[in-house]
Design a protein around this ligand. Structure first.
Ligand code: BGC
Length: 262
């Protein structure tokens, strides 16, 4: 039996208070990793709820407020983590936003920039700090949450797609920089997973059936199906996987439209 045991490991999950971040926190915690649930300062309440659900002792799980789009805020977050745990073994760069749907000509440029600042710059700031610690430890794993939209163009969401494609290249480049230090860097690319970010789509029967047709398995994924993969990739069972993207999309990237002729 494969039993994922992350005892003694410290995992930091940005956006750990909801959606895929929450699922990642729960999966990592269930494998006994210590966890830092990093959350926007305005989302402390939901972070505390997730923390309570873990039922871990105070020195094994904490909540840390951060706005990852600000480098100084990221530095402050790592200070808290250093004090609490003195190491970082797993960084899940999960926090992200998709912005308001708008074609570029109509988009508010400040909102466009905000998406890239959070998804790409924010993940970069966290990776920089985590990598410094992991190189010194000679061990660690960074998991960047991208999306099928690191591959699939998405009209109305250019900032989101650009940020995810950029994050994928960050993964590959940092994996080169980190490999010699026994640090692995990976992307997980979820397809349509039922979370708040796409609730408008899956809670409406017409748009849900349109979405189902874009997925070979005919259904959106569950957040736990991403959390499971995150825990596996962070574990020694994935010790030879680095510099690549693991796609978890129910077959969205496999041209489902081609099920019916061509
Ligand atoms: C987006 C979701 C979308 C999915 C598939 C994800 O990255 O956040 O809103 O359903 O991609 O298009």
């Amino acid at each position: 039996m494969l039993n994922i045991d992350l005892t003694g490991k410290v995992a930091l999950v940005t956006g750990g208070n909801s959606g895929l971040g929450e699922a990642s926190v729960k999966a990592l915690s269930s494998c006994d990793a210590k966890v830092a649930i990093c959350h926007l300062p305005s989302q402390g309440e939901s972070a505390m709820q997730v923390l309570d659900q873990l039922g871990r002792p105070k020195d094994e799980a904490i909540c840390v407020p951060v706005d990852i789009s600000s480098y100084s805020s990221v530095l402050a977050m790592f200070e808290v983590i250093d004090k609490a745990f003195s190491r970082v073994d797993i960084l899940v760069n999960n926090a992200g936003i998709d912005g308001k749907r708008a074609e570029l000509v109509d988009a508010d440029i400040t909102q466009w920039e905000e998406v890239v600042k959070v998804n790409l710059f924010g993940a970069t700031y966290c990776a920089k700090q985590a990598l410094a610690r992991m190189k010194a430890q000679n061990s660690g794993t960074i998991i960047n949450m991208t999306s099928v939209h690191e591959y699939i163009a998405w009209s109305g969401y250019s900032a989101y797609a650009v940020s995810k494609a950029g994050l994928s290249m960050l993964t590959k480049t940092l994996a080169q920089e980190a490999g010699g230090y026994n640090v692995r860097v990976l992307s997980v690319a979820p397809g349509a997973i039922k979370t708040q970010i796409n609730k408008d789509v899956w809670s409406n029967p017409a748009s849900l059936s349109d979405l189902d047709e874009k997925i070979l398995l005919g259904r959106p994924g569950d957040a736990q199906e991403i959390g499971n993969v995150v825990a596996f990739l962070a574990s020694p069972f994935a010790s030879y996987i680095t510099g690549t993207t693991v796609v978890v999309d129910g077959g969205m990237l496999d041209y489902p439209a081609f099920k019916h002729g061509g």
